[in-house]
Design a binder for this molecule. Structure first.
Ligand code: SF4
Length: 313
C-alpha cells in the first residue's frame, strides 16, 4: 500500500517490544531509549485489553518505547495482516478473504478516549480482499472517534485503496484532519521496494486526488525512507513530485532491515544529511518537514501538524 511505510522498518534495542536489527552494527546515531514510566504500562494494558492492533508493534517500530512512554500509540486498522508484501515491511502477509471486525471502530475510539489523545494517528493494513479496500471501516473509525473525543485531531495514514477514487471519497467524507499516504521511496526504486500492486504514480495520484476531493482545510502528508540506494537527485525529484501533488507535510527517516528476508540497508544516512534534506524539502515548498534517522511517518505527528498550521497562518 503506501502504508506504515517507513514505520515498518525495525527496531534496534533489546526492549520487550522490539527485536534486534539484522545486519551490520548500527551506527552510533541510531539508538533507541528503553521504555519507562506509568504511561508506557497504561498504553500496553489498553492495547491488550481492547485487542488493538498497533503499527508500533506489528511493524516493530524503533520509536515504540518513546511513543508508548509518552502515552501514545499508532493504531493499525483492518486487522494486523496485510494482503501485500513490501520488501521493507515487517507486517505479516495474509489474505483474510473479506473478513472484517465490525467492532474495531468502537474499540479504537474507546482506546483513544481512554488515552485522552489530543492527536490520534491511525493507519491501515492493505486489504485488497475488500472491494472498497477497507474504506468504510476507516471512515467509521474516524466518526466513532469524533463522537467520543470531539476535540481530538485525527491523522489517517492510508494505503492506495487500489487507486479507487470512490473509496478515497468515502474516507474523506469522514473528515480526517490529515490524510497521509506514503510514497516510501524514489521512483526508480519503487518496483523493487514495494509490493507489485503498489505504484509510484498511483501513490502520487492518491495524494493528488485527496487534495482535489478533500476540503480546503485538509492537510496531506507523505513519507520517504532513506538508505535504500536512492541518490540525492532522485530524492529531490521525489520532493518535487510530492509538491506537484499538493502534499503539505513530509517525513524522512532511515530504513532499517526487519529480518534477513527483507531488503538490505544500502547506507546509513548520517544525521547531518537528514538536516540538510530539511532545507532542500523546505525549499521545494513543504509546509513542514520532519527528518532524522529514527523519524517515522507518525513520529512527532502532532508537532509537525501544528507547526505547519502555525506557519500557514
Ligand atoms: S506490506 Fe502491507 S503494511 Fe507493509 S508497507 Fe506494504 S502495504 Fe503497507
Amino acid at each position: 500500500m503506501g502504508l506504515p511505510g517507513s514505520e515498518s522498518s525495525v527496531a534496534s534495542a533489546s526492549t520487550a517490544e522490539s527485536t534486534s536489527l539484522v545486519g551490520p552494527r548500527l551506527p552510533e546515531w541510531i539508538r533507541v531509549r528503553p521504555p519507562h514510566g506509568a504511561d508506557y504500562q497504561s498504553v500496553r494494558d489498553t492495547v491488550a485489553r481492547l485487542g488493538l492492533g498497533t503499527v508500533c508493534r506489528e511493524a516493530r517500530c524503533p520509536n515504540l518505547p518513546e511513543c508508548w512512554s509518552a502515552g501514545t500509540a499508532t493504531i493499525m486498522l483492518l486487522g494486523t495482516d496485510c494482503t501485500r508484501r513490501c520488501g521493507f515491511c515487517a507486517v505479516t502477509t495474509h489474505w483474510p478473504r473479506g473478513k472484517v471486525d465490525a467492532s474495531e471502530p468502537a474499540r479504537v475510539a474507546q482506546g483513544i478516549a481512554e488515552w485522552g489523545l489530543r492527536y490520534a494517528v491511525l493507519t491501515q493494513v492493505c486489504r485488497d480482499d475488500l472491494s472498497d479496500g477497507g474504506a468504510a471501516i476507516l471512515a467509521e473509525t474516524v466518526r466513532e472517534i469524533r463522537a467520543r473525543s470531539p476535540s481530538t485531531l485525527v491523522e489517517l495514514l492510508i494505503g492506495d485503496l487500489a487507486g479507487d477514487e470512490s473509496s478515497l471519497a468515502t474516507v474523506l467524507d469522514s473528515h480526517p484532519d490529515v490524510l497521509a499516504h506514503n510514497l516510501e521511496t524514489v521512483r526508480s526504486l519503487s518496483p523493487s521496494v514495494r509490493d507489485r500492486r503498489a505504484g509510484h504514480d498511483r501513490s502520487l495520484e492518491v495524494l493528488r486526488a485527496a487534495r482535489r476531493l478533500g476540503p480546503p482545510t485538509l492537510v496531506t502528508k507523505s513519507s520517504v525512507m532513506l538508505g535504500l540506494g536512492e541518490t540525492e537527485e532522485q530524492l529531490t525529484g521525489a520532493f518535487d513530485e510530492l509538491r506537484d501533488a499538493g502534499v503539505d507535510l513530509l517525513t524522512l527517516g532511515q530504513y532499517l532491515r526487519p529480518s534477513p528476508d527483507h531488503l538490505p540497508v544500502a547506507r546509513y544516512v548520517p544525521p547531518e544529511e537528514f538536516e540538510r534534506f530539511v532545507g532542500l524539502a523546505t525549499r521545494a515548498g513543504f509546509a513542514g518537514v520532519e527528518s532524522g534517522p529514527l523519524v517515522r511517518s507518525s513520529y512527532h505527528a502532532e508537532q509537525l501538524y501544528r507547526a505547519a498550521r502555525a506557519r500557514s497562518g
